[in-house]
Design a protein around this ligand. Sequence first.
Ligand code: 3PG
Length: 208
Amino acid sequence: MADASGVLRISPVIPVVTIDDPQDAVPLARALADGGVKIIELTLRTESALTSLKLIANEVPDILVGAGTILTPAQADDAVAAGAQFLVSPGVTPALLTSMLSLDVPVLPGVATVGEVMAVLESGLDSMKFFPAGPAGGPNYLAAIGAPIPHVQFCPTGGISLSTAPDYLKLPNVSCVGGSWLTPASAVAAKDWGRISSLASEVAALGL
Ligand code: 3PG
């Protein structure tokens, strides 16, 4: 169940979303789904993130909602209890990886070096988040990792935009990318759900 390869095949871009006001959670998720993006990585970076997560999990059944920014085993437990359907971490420690793997949801651990990729492989996972993708080396770095380790699939995230996403998506070891640009803070503050649907449509058009 921990394998996240199915999670990486839902959309060419996984929106990385931070929500301050839980009242925005359901309309924001519906806006993404209306635009054709049926997945959200909801970051645990706000006090009310678990409330938003629960609302989306219960009220927007056509979207797969996962919890991102998992830093501790307790956060992983709390996220799954709130309805998270997958877990994403920016990096891993042995304790966090063991804890996430004990839960019954797909796990996408973050890596940025070849040694970290190898450590996660030892745990049995071959789908990983590459973070922070731009500063850590971008598409050239991922292409280089693909030579010795071709069987790992990545979701690069961090510093990616609509215009740079294709540079990653064309790589054989990239299934999808992640990014926060689909849900700009200004659009959320203005409750401009039409803008978010339109940004989602652009992404859906990239194709897998
Ligand atoms: C993440 O948590 O994955 C990043 O904060 C997203 O990075 P971006 O804002 O550069 O897309």
